[in-house]
Design a binder for this molecule. Structure first.
Ligand SMILES: Cc1cc2nc3c(=O)[nH]c(=O)nc-3n(C[C@H](O)[C@H](O)[C@H](O)COP(=O)(O)O)c2cc1C
Length: 184
């Protein structure tokens, strides 16, 4: 698949098969992140342990429920909603808490990861919801277990895996976002 096809076919996948991502594919996704435009340090924690993914999932769900944000609370209340969607691998992208471009660096890296995953035949989804669990109160155990460096803050996450047929939390039709204004 070339880049244009990956861009046009990528979508947020929110249901995964219980099948591991082969290590060579995972490494390609990580490599893609590290080739993105960048203006500062960041780290990718690759969470392959099912137990830790479950813990992060549950704490994220709890944080969504208690967020006070109506959109997040509605999502969390959907029957069967799991914020990590049962994906077999979770990438956590963190950067220095006080760095000016931490969010941009990690978002660009994550964008490359999504496109690489698509080109490899994998589903993926960009997530900010885990930041509610990691950057909220009583988070130190998660930060330590995920190996996020001292002084770093979780900026975003990516899940990837083989897409399940049923994808009930994703709209079937892909929409075009944003607006365009031509000058001249
Ligand atoms: C800043 C940002 C945060 C997002 N956070 C989440 C998230 O926490 N959970 C989720 O399922 N999707 C999340 N998404 C994915 C969007 O919901 C998704 O990209 C959007 O609905 C468009 O759908 P598409 O990716 O299939 O084109 C996030 C996207 C962005 C840009």
């Amino acid at each position: 698949m070339n880049v244009s096809e990956a861009i046009l076919t990528r979508k947020s996948v929110r249901a995964y098969l219980d099948a591991p991502v082969p290590v060579d594919l995972m490494e390609k996704i990580i490599e893609a992140a590290r080739c993105a435009p960048n203006a500062g340090p960041f780290q990718i924690s690759v969470v392959r342990t099912a137990g830790l993914r479950q813990k992060i999932n549950d704490r994220t769900l709890d944080a969504m429920i208690h967020s006070g944000n109506e959109f997040l609370q509605q999502r969390a209340a959907l029957p069967g909603y799991q914020p990590l969607y049962g994906a077999p691998v979770l990438f956590l992208l963190s950067g220095p808490a006080d760095a000016p471009y931490g969010a941009v660096n990690t978002a660009l890296a994550a964008g490359n990861m999504l496109l690489m995953a698509t080109s490899l035949g994998l589903g993926s989804c960009y997530l900010v919801s885990p930041t509610l669990a990691f950057n909220g109160p009583n988070n130190l155990d998660l930060v330590q277990e995920a190996g996020i460096p001292d002084g770093y803050k979780l900026q975003c996450a990516v899940v990837a895996g083989y897409a399940a047929d049923e994808n009930k939390f994703t709209l079937g039709e892909r929409k075009r976002k944003g607006s365009v204004h031509y000058v001249g």
